[in-house]
Design a protein around this ligand. Structure first.
Ligand SMILES: *[C@@H]1O[C@H](CO)[C@@H](O)[C@H](O)[C@H]1NC(C)=O
Length: 351
């Protein structure tokens, strides 16, 4: 947590200062010199490090050429009126980056690999950063066992305790890690890969969110949606054995959008997902009661109750928070029916 006595941390977005000898970019420099006559030898060009799209189609950040290369990025086109370069950064095992919007990738990506190893990838940031947003293209690791334990492969994070372990298959979604820059200005992503023959690969884009940024997710929100429709997805919702994982403890948060008054949740799998009764999935309203004869069922026990509850609509008075806490190591994590996980579409309806 941030200490109150600390200086307020204001993210100005790092400014890059480039000194330009007169003659280079002559048009710009001449124009500046005529407007501000005291500048005769060089001008200072400042631009914000905003997001850009590199020539490969991957995302990058607009940096001065030298700071991009210095920090291990590659130049993929220009930005900021030609003063900056669209800097795309990708790190492999053992890699470290402080560039905003860095991709962490598995060895040989997009090919798969199956060599036992410990692969650590480190994102460093400034003291005004409070969150990392992970845009997961794919994380494809060996699946968990039936109790949601990551025994063969496991991804762990050195800050934040929302997910004590991650494995299995997760595609096209995002997560937020809360970080405390007073404690440490880096996060290690550690992939412990076992000796099994499973074909692994991963690609995650890591963006740094400043403490004063409006787009910061509320603390504790592992997923945060600011759109009228979307798909809520827990880790390993795309796997062949897509049981829900053990050791998850977070909220999924949905902002109420302007002029939207209802919310409808639709299950994407065959059965509505409910966890075992030693675990918790808590919605901000009890639609289960109104839609299903099994009144009050919010988890499943060995009786194998199978409510079919879709779609579920409720009024939307404010933001939605769905808590998902899994600590029950004693039961198979099959949810209702085999092979299910938290994977819900939502849609906010008109007033
Ligand atoms: C990183 O990039 C994102 C997306 O452009 C931006 O919102 C954020 O402020 C940037 N972070 C920093 C530390 O500049």
């Amino acid at each position: 947590m941030k200490k109150d006595k600390a200086q307020p941390k204001v993210c100005i977005g790092a400014l890059v200062v480039a000194a330009l000898v007169a003659g280079a970019h002559a048009d710009t420099v001449t124009a500046v010199n005529q407007a501000e006559r005291f500048l005769s030898l060089f001008s200072v060009v400042r631009f914000k490090n905003t997001a850009c799209t590199g020539s490969s189609g991957d995302s990058g950040t607009c940096y001065a050429k030298h700071s991009c290369l210095l920090n291990g990025g590659s130049l993929e086109g220009t930005c900021a009126g030609g003063f900056g370069s669209c800097c795309v950064t990708k790190i492999g095992c053992g890699g470290t980056s402080r560039n905003n919007c860095t991709y962490i990738q598995s060895p040989g990506y997009p090919n798969t690999f199956s060599t036992a190893m410990t692969c650590t990838q480190t994102i460093m940031f400034n003291s005004d950063v409070c969150q990392l947003r992970l845009d997961v293209t794919e994380v494809d690791l060996a699946p968990p066992d039936n109790r949601g334990m990551c025994l063969e492969d496991v991804l762990t994070f050195s800050q934040d305790t929302k997910w004590s372990q991650v494995c299995g298959t997760t595609l096209n979604t995002h997560y937020y890690l809360d970080v405390d820059p007073d404690a440490s200005t880096k996060v290690d992503f550690t992939f412990n890969i076992g000796a099994g023959s499973y074909p692994r690969k991963w690609k995650i884009k890591v963006s740094q969110i400043c403490c004063d940024q409006l787009s910061m997710a509320p603390m504790g929100c592992g997923q945060y949606f600011t759109s009228t429709t979307g798909t809520i997805k827990a880790w390993n919702a795309d796997g062949s054995n897509r049981v829900y994982l053990h050791g998850q403890n977070y909220a999924t948060c949905l902002r109420k959008e302007l002029d939207r008054c209802t919310i409808t949740y639709t299950e994407t799998m065959d059965d509505w997902f409910l966890p075992r009764c030693g675990d918790t999935l808590e919605f901000p309203f009890s639609f289960l009661n109104t839609l299903n004869p099994s009144v009050g069922v919010t988890c499943i026990d060995n009786a194998g109750i199978r409510p079919v509850l879709q779609p579920a609509t409720a009024t939307l008075q404010g933001p939605q928070q769905i808590y998902f806490v899994t600590g029950d190591g004693g039961n198979d994590h099959f949810g209702i029916g085999q092979n299910s996980n938290l994977d819900l579409e939502f849609s906010q309806g008109a007033c």
